[in-house]
Design a protein around this ligand. Structure first.
Ligand code: GLP
Length: 253
């Protein structure tokens, strides 16, 4: 993997947007697996702005939703589906038949996430997987204990993840499970970019990069992949050892 450090989140968002532009020039129908959460917000703004100026064209790309909260319907603004639509897909004005989104309230979430994974496989797999990093080292909803060959599935939220989710659900019982692409589908992407921003992610980023690779920190399982780039801002990279901080771009296993 490669670490690409930027001074700020804005700078990192510009770099990722530029990389995405290059990918789409080469392959306009690329398959993109996209995350939600606070982390990708600036990037999605950047993409919408660039698209408005004709500097990136996402109109033909297939978008696959990375994960979703079980039981939360797309009409609920807290659903990941609603988030993706609101922050990226609707502002881009893309054709909806190129969107592979999840309905957290569907009767069989296990089947729904498997179908999404199958649709991705049928289209040749992901050209780019964008990821955030959970504070316990999770990737999408691959919680601690997930192995590299875990497939798309429904998972029980780890207590740390659950307490984060609970704060948004005062009015109804908070979700206890997530639908998620597995480590297998994620690691199978032709390129992976993990975004890690802010001081709150500094200690987990250090652990993911510097502690032994372990299913207890699923993100660390991706570390051996050459096709993974971790984009960290200065605050998130602040606890990394000198080796990881010396150069602007660092390769490490
Ligand atoms: C959530 C999601 C992940 C996301 C992560 C980080 O639990 N399941 O897909 O990447 O947590 O979220 P944030 O970007 O808000 O820190």
């Amino acid at each position: 993997m490669k670490i690409e450090r930027s001074a700020t989140e804005v700078e990192a968002a510009r770099r990722v947007a530029a990389a995405l532009d290059l990918l789409l020039r080469d392959k306009p129908h690329a398959n993109l697996v996209l995350p939600t959460g606070r982390t990708p917000v600036r990037l999605y703004q950047e993409l919408v702005e660039r698209a408005g100026r004709g500097q990136v064209d996402l109109s033909q790309a297939h978008v696959f939703q990375l994960d979703e909260l079980v039981g939360v319907p797309p009409a609920d603004p807290r659903s990941y589906c609603a988030f993706l639509r609101r922050t990226l897909l609707h502002p881009l004005g893309r054709p909806s038949d190129l969107e592979h989104l999840l309905d957290g309230s569907c009767p069989d979430p296990e089947a729904a996430i498997s179908e999404l994974a199958q649709a991705l496989a049928d289209r040749g797999g992901a050209d780019l997987v964008l990821l955030g990093l959970g504070r316990n080292g999770h990737v999408a909803f691959n919680e601690p204990g997930s192995s590299l060959d875990s497939q798309a599935r429904v998972t029980a939220l780890h207590p740390a993840t659950r307490s984060g989710v609970e704060s948004q659900f005062g009015d109804r019982p908070a979700p206890t499970h997530g639908m998620t692409l597995g480590m297998k589908e994620i690691a199978g992407g032709r390129a992976l970019r993990m975004l890690v921003f802010g001081a709150g992610k500094a200690s987990i980023l250090k652990s993911v990069l510097e502690d032994p690779v372990s299913p207890e920190r699923p993100a660390s399982l991706l570390r051996p992949l050459d096709r993974l780039t971790i984009h960290a801002d200065r605050a998130a990279a602040s606890l990394l050892s000198q080796d990881d901080r010396e150069n602007h771009t660092t390769r490490r296993r």
